[in-house]
Design a protein around this ligand. Structure first.
Ligand code: COA
Length: 159
């Protein structure tokens, strides 16, 4: 059984993240989407809110679960018996950071492989912080966010 962990901030989840999960699901027997609780970023949504949004918009598939984690990605993988880390690579600039992280994770846990998947081109240039900036300034983000996530982001940023 091949299981993978898709770790991230998901602040909030975007159509790009969903696209990546849809592409990765056929590759694994089980995929765990995990919200990083101790990320260095100051989040807009609490971890529990991010998990709730992920559960609402991710595909309904018994092979998919959503949770939170603290500490190192590889430690969480080991504790759950997960053998692979899934990461999306959108641009060349992503690659440098991802390359560094994948090799560091391999150093820390040689048995855990990182698998890279490319999202669709229409999602390859957006990020959660860019989307937050557009919303703060009254712009249209409907092509990047599922409706329930867009609604919650507007409530949070433009009350
Ligand atoms: N579509 C749209 N946006 C995407 C995307 C996609 N497919 N894939 C990534 N992004 C965006 C995210 O929205 C995010 O945007 P933001 O920076 O504006 O918030 C950005 O790309 C990167 O986010 P993410 O993939 O969530 O990575 P991260 O750097 O925030 O977090 C962790 C990665 C979770 C692994 C890391 O931060 C962490 O907390 N690790 C725990 C400690 C550890 O193990 N470190 C590694 C040691 S080498």
């Amino acid at each position: 059984m091949v299981s993978a962990l898709y770790p991230g901030s998901f602040d909030p989840v975007t159509r790009g993240h969903i696209d990546l999960v849809e592409r990765a699901l056929p590759l694994f027997d089980h995929l765990t989407v995990a919200v990083a609780v101790n990320s260095s970023k100051a989040p807009t949504f609490a971890a529990e809110e991010r998990v709730a949004m992920l559960r609402e918009v991710m595909p309904a598939d018994p092979r998919l679960s959503v949770t939170t984690f603290r500490g190192l990605v590889v430690d969480f993988c080991r504790s759950q018996g997960i053998g692979a880390v899934l990461r999306g690579v959108r641009t060349v600039s992503d690659f440098e950071y991802e390359y560094q992280m994948a090799l560091t994770n391999r150093h820390l846990a040689p048995g855990i492989e990182t698998v890279f998947v490319m999202p669709s081109v229409q999602y390859s240039y957006v990020s959660s912080s860019l989307i937050r900036e557009i919303v703060r300034n009254g712009g249209d983000v409907s092509s990047f966010l599922p409706p329930p996530v867009e609604r919650r982001l507007r409530e949070r940023l433009c009350p």
